[in-house]
Write a protein that binds this ligand. Sequence first.
Ligand code: SF4
Ligand code: SF4
Length: 189
Amino acid sequence: MTTRIAKQKTPGDLLKAVQEKTKVNLNVCYQCKKCSIGCPVADQAESPPSEIIRRLQLGAGDELLQTGLIWTCLSCETCYARCPNQINFAAVVDALKSLAVEKGVADPQGDAPLFNRLFLNAVESYGRAYDLQVIALYKLGTGSLKQDVDKFPAMLKKGKMAILPPSGADKGRIRRIFKKAAQNKGTKA
Ligand code: SF4
Ligand code: SF4
């Protein structure tokens, strides 16, 4: 299916902001769509990767930060691997996500930013993901207390989830990474 994307009458500055954050030149994209064809979540996205790039090229503004793909992207980098022009679209998604948070733009699909924040908080605290804590806080935050609880015993039994927090990670090193990232963003750690 062909999607027509109109050039914005009053172009936004999102392309510049994304390129500054990523150092990725999006102007070399010639819309071959190999990224979108390989993306495992593109068929559920309102705008697949190639379309997001085209919208940026045509002067998209902050409305693009509402697009769902920036929260459902798996960071698998298949788009990057398939691109004949070495466009790192996964980095573009990270930049869009970061801009959405900086600008306080809500995710129209709901609770992904909360999950994202809880996951990163756990990694910062324990040096690794602590699934049980992340899920418990996510359920409290979203009110989805009963969702999937029936799967919990089987996950525990199969060792897919642990009761105790993870140990053994180099927490000091992980915290230094978070601190550096916060400094790079110009925010306090
Ligand atoms: S990194 Fe994200 S956008 Fe790229 S192919 Fe994977 S899921 Fe799709
Ligand atoms: S694969 Fe690369 S050149 Fe092709 S549409 Fe995607 S980003 Fe553009």
